[in-house]
Design a protein around this ligand. Structure first.
Ligand code: NAI
Length: 290
C-alpha cells in the first residue's frame, strides 16, 4: 500500500491541522481542509498564505513554489472522499469516534484514516468502526512544519500495511517517523506528562514563577521550559491530554491533572492561541499573578 500520491482531507483547521495541511501541500498533495467552526478553514488558509510569504521573503521558498503549495489547499464546508484523512480535531474520544463514523459512510473501503490524537488510545478510537484496521495514529508535534518527529501509533486492530504506509509517507515529507504501539501518551507524551506535572506542582506550591522554571530548564539544556511549552500547546488541549493520560493510567497519581491547568482553561487563558496563558502574547510578558 502506498499513500505517496494520496488526496488528503485534513479535519480540524486549528493549530495542528493548519500545519499538517501546509506540510502535505508543500509535499505536493492535493489537500482539503475542513472544520466545523464557520470559516476556520478559510482563515487557516489565509494564515498559511502569510506563512508561505514569510518563507519566500526569507529565501526559503521561491514565490512559484509557495503559490503552488497554497493553490493545492482547498477549504471545504463538508467532508469529502479522499485516499487519506488526517484528523486533528478536539482531543475527545466520543467526538472523534462520531467523526470516524461519518467518514466511514463516505470513504472508499481502502481509504486510510490517521488520527493526530496526542493521548487517546487508537485501539479505543477504532472500536465501532466498520474497518478498524484502517485507523492509525499519526502523531505530529507542534509546530508541525518545524518538528521532525512523527509517532506512527498502531492500535490492536491497525493493519501493519496501513501503519507502514503512513510511516513511509511521513518519511517522504521529511519527517522522522517511529513506530509505536498504542499505550497511554505513546512515547513522548508518556514522558512529558510528569515533566509538566512537576512544573505545575512547583507553581501550586508557589516555589517558583513560570519565568523562573522556564529559565532553569532552558539553562539545563531544554529547548523550551515547561510553562512556555504548555502555552504553545494550548491549555485546553494540554489539559484534555493530561486528563486522558491520567485516566488511561488507572489514575496513577504521577499523572494527576493540576488545578492550575483547570483555572487557565476556565479563564480562557489558553496560551499563545488566545493571547494569554502563563505569558501574554505576542510580547511574552508574564501574565499570571504570583
Ligand atoms: P485546536 O483547538 O487548535 O484545533 C482543533 C480544531 O478542530 C478547531 O478548529 C475546532 O473547531 C475543530 N473541530 C472540533 N470538532 C470538530 C469536528 N467534529 N469536526 C471538524 N472540526 C472540529 O487544537 P489542536 O492543538 O490543533 O489539536 C488538535 C488535535 O491534535 C488534538 O487531538 C490534539 O491532542 C492533537 N495534538 C495537539 C498538539 C498541540 O501541541 N496542540 C500536538 C500534537 C497533537
Amino acid at each position: 500500500m502506498t499513500l505517496h500520491n494520496a488526496r488528503i482531507l485534513v479535519v480540524g483547521a486549528g493549530l495542528m491541522g493548519a500545519g499538517i495541511a501546509q506540510v502535505a501541500a508543500q509535499a505536493g498533495h492535493e489537500v482539503f481542509l475542513f472544520d466545523t467552526r464557520a470559516s476556520a478553514a478559510e482563515a487557516a488558509k489565509a494564515k498559511l498564505a502569510q506563512t508561505l510569504d514569510g518563507l519566500t521573503a526569507k529565501g526559503k521558498l521561491t514565490a512559484d513554489v509557495a503559490a503552488a503549495a497554497l493553490a493545492r489547499i482547498t477549504p471545504v464546508d463538508a467532508l469529502v472522499a479522499v485516499d487519506l484523512v488526517i484528523e486533528a480535531i478536539v482531543e475527545n474520544l466520543d467526538i472523534k469516534r462520531a467523526l470516524f463514523a461519518e467518514l466511514e459512510a463516505l470513504l472508499p473501503r481502502e481509504a486510510v484514516i490517521a488520527t493526530n490524537t496526542s493521548s487517546i488510545s487508537v485501539t479505543a478510537l477504532a472500536r465501532g468502526m466498520q474497518a478498524p484496521e484502517r485507523l492509525v495514529g499519526m502523531h505530529f508535534f507542534n509546530p508541525v512544519p518545524l518538528m521532525k518527529l512523527v509517532e506512527v501509533v498502531s492500535g490492536l486492530g491497525t493493519a501493519p500495511e496501513v501503519a507502514q504506509a503512513v510511516f513511509d509517507l511521513a518519511g517522504r515529507w521529511g519527517k522522522t517517523a517511529v513506530h509505536t504501539r498504542s499505550t497511554p501518551g505513546f512515547i513522548v507524551n508518556r514522558i512529558a506528562r510528569p515533566y509538566y506535572a512537576e512544573a505545575l506542582m512547583l507553581l501550586q506550591d508557589r516555589a517558583a514563577t513560570p519565568e523562573l522554571i522556564d529559565a532553569c530548564l532552558r539553562s539545563a539544556g531544554f529547548r523550551m521550559g515547561p510553562c512556555e511549552l504548555m502555552d504553545l500547546i494550548g491549555h485546553d488541549t494540554n489539559f484534555a491530554v493530561t486528563n486522558s493520560v491520567f485516566a488511561a493510567n488507572f489514575f496513577d497519581r504521577r499523572f494527576t491533572p493540576s488545578l492550575v491547568q483547570q483555572e487557565l482553561v476556565d479563564a480562557g487563558f489558553l496560551g499563545r492561541k488566545s493571547g494569554r496563558g502563563f505569558y501574554r502574547y505576542p510580547e511574552g510578558a508574564p501574565a499570571l499573578p504570583v
